[in-house]
Design a protein around this ligand. Sequence first.
Ligand code: 5RP
Length: 264
Amino acid sequence: MVVARSSRDSGSGMDIDRERKKEIAAASAVSLVQDGMVVGLGTGSTAEYAIKKLGERIKAERMRVFGVPTSFRTEIKAIENNIPIVSLTEYPSIDIYIDGADEVDANLNLIKGGWGSHTREKVVSFAARRVVICVEEEKVHENLSRAVPLEVLPFAVRVVERQVRNAGGVPSLRMTERGIFVTENGNFVLDADFGRIERPEDLSVLLSSFAGVVEHGIFTNATEVHIGTENGVVVRRKGDVLPVKKAEEEKKTKEEGEEGERVK
Ligand code: 5RP
């Protein structure tokens, strides 16, 4: 396995194994799309595999499918793949949302926003009846622990940094080689590191209450996650227990049982 650069890079340093896992997970998600559906299209390299696959299906099966893009880049990719674009204003309720994620926990909570598109991604995903996330297995962990992207009004950046620190986080203003990263909505992104996130729902509510934060990258609305592995795609649905969690719970129950036996 060759790991040279992040999944956001394209080119020779790409991790071929991980790319393949993204691709099969995306294809699995796209297999759920049916004729006549309105599909929310996420942003990122995995979403782009899904867009390509959806374009192929539309052509091969002569399907009538419409896409709601979450970024300008996704809009261009959809057009290149002959997916007709519609807006949320026309379709405020959509059939299915397909996207990648940066991290997934055992309860299918997500961290998104690696590409800085999480505000639109959250809005479009909330419009969908079914929220289907596709990731490679390396992104699935018991708990979330990546820094949480916060889209922030530029004039509020210092105030949001203070709120993040007061909540026990470490904020970092996202930069590019040319300066501060600016979202399509004209805002900045603060990546807020809270370490291991034990209660994502609580942190989600807290971050939403911060003055100056437009939207944050914790998503608690995935209905299913398609995980690309070396042995194919594994689908987890909300309410399922991931093997890693199950194993830990079984160990805990066993230990508690042994403890109880000793006390008796
Ligand atoms: C964009 C996102 C992406 O879904 C996330 O960053 C994953 O990207 P990739 O599919 O390229 O690994 O949240 O804002």
